[in-house]
Ligand binder design. Structure first.
Ligand code: E4P
Length: 289
């Protein structure tokens, strides 16, 4: 089966196992990129081998395995992108994120460096983008965060900046994550298009189809959902497709001025803090720091 002609959205795999990337390409016939994160990457057998030996990996080995994994994935999506995440906990400094971001970007030719949308992460993004380093701003849960990413990366080339709003984690607490995607896409239509919306934390076929209907720039999806989509014949929903909101609470659209400085937006969100805690906890469970 070929890539559908009317597919406007790029399709990424969300995972950390190169065999899965190969399999996704085999079943779909194409793949536009991949996203990784500390939780996904530490599921790779290299990390689990340390655990089986009764301990943790050294920090040096942890980054070595991460590099080996993304180096294996990179050529499978050579015209696309592989997102690699910096280590960040709630006290990580901007300078450390910049240094790590520069290092990760040098690992493979098609990297996007993932940084959290916090004050430190946005400062790091500003510095990295000014050096021509591609970034993927992660753990997005609000439209104000998306406005701040737009402002902090102004001047970047289209394709160099992704923003990753996490749909499933908003749904998990009763808020309609897909309405955030819709709001960000609408807000960005008045901008210059330099930030691409990458739908993340995709949990269901409905998330996937609604993202296609909204013509999101990119969806990153677990293998299971890509397979389900393939088995359905890779449909692209028409205008009459109705996304089921069930009992989820709508997230209202906010009128925000994208010409403001990023510091003027309220970027704090408890789910961003919780996400940082979860990613760092999963990494630190296997790595001695
Ligand atoms: C991808 O970039 C994200 O890290 C990922 O989609 C998060 O998914 P989760 O909310 O299921 O952990």
């Amino acid at each position: 089966m070929n890539k559908p002609n009317n597919l406007k959205t790029r399709i990424f795999l969300d995972g950390g196992i190169p065999e899965e990337t190969k399999e996704a390409i085999r079943i779909l016939g194409f793949l536009d990129g991949q996203t990784t994160n500390p939780t996904l990457i530490t599921k790779h057998p290299s990390f689990l081998a340390c655990q089986e030996k009764g301990g943790k990996c050294s920090e040096l080995d942890g980054w070595k395995y991460y590099k080996e994994i993304v180096s294996e994935i990179s050529p499978f999506v050579k015209d696309g992108s592989v997102s690699i995440e910096v280590y960040a906990d709630l006290i990580t400094k901007t300078e450390d994120m910049i240094a790590k971001g520069e290092e990760l970007f040098g690992w493979i030719p098609n990297a996007h460096v993932k940084l959290p949308i916090t004050t430190e992460g946005l400062k790091a993004a500003e510095a990295l983008v000014s050096q021509g380093i591609r970034v993927n701003m992660t753990l997005c849960f609000s439209q104000e965060q998306a406005a701040a990413v737009f402002a902090a990366t102004r001047g970047a080339k289209k394709g160099d900046v992704f923003i990753s709003p996490f749909v499933g984690r908003l749904d998990d607490r009763g808020e309609n994550g897909m309405s955030l995607i819709e709001n960000i896409i609408n807000m960005y239509t008045i901008g210059d298009g330099h930030v691409e919306v990458l739908v993340a934390s995709v949990r269901s076929m409905d998330h996937f189809l609604r993202s296609l209907q909204l013509k999101a720039d990119i969806i990153t999806s677990p293998f299971k959902i890509l397979k389900e989509w393939k088995d359905m014949g890779m449909p692209i929903p028409k205008d009459d497709y109705q996304y089921k909101i069930n009992n989820l609470k709508d997230i209202p659209y906010q009128e925000l001025d994208l010409s403001k400085g990023w510091q003027e937006f309220n970027i704090s969100h408890d789910l961003t803090d919780k996400g940082i805690e979860r990613f760092s906890k999963d990494w630190n469970a296997l790595i001695t720091r």
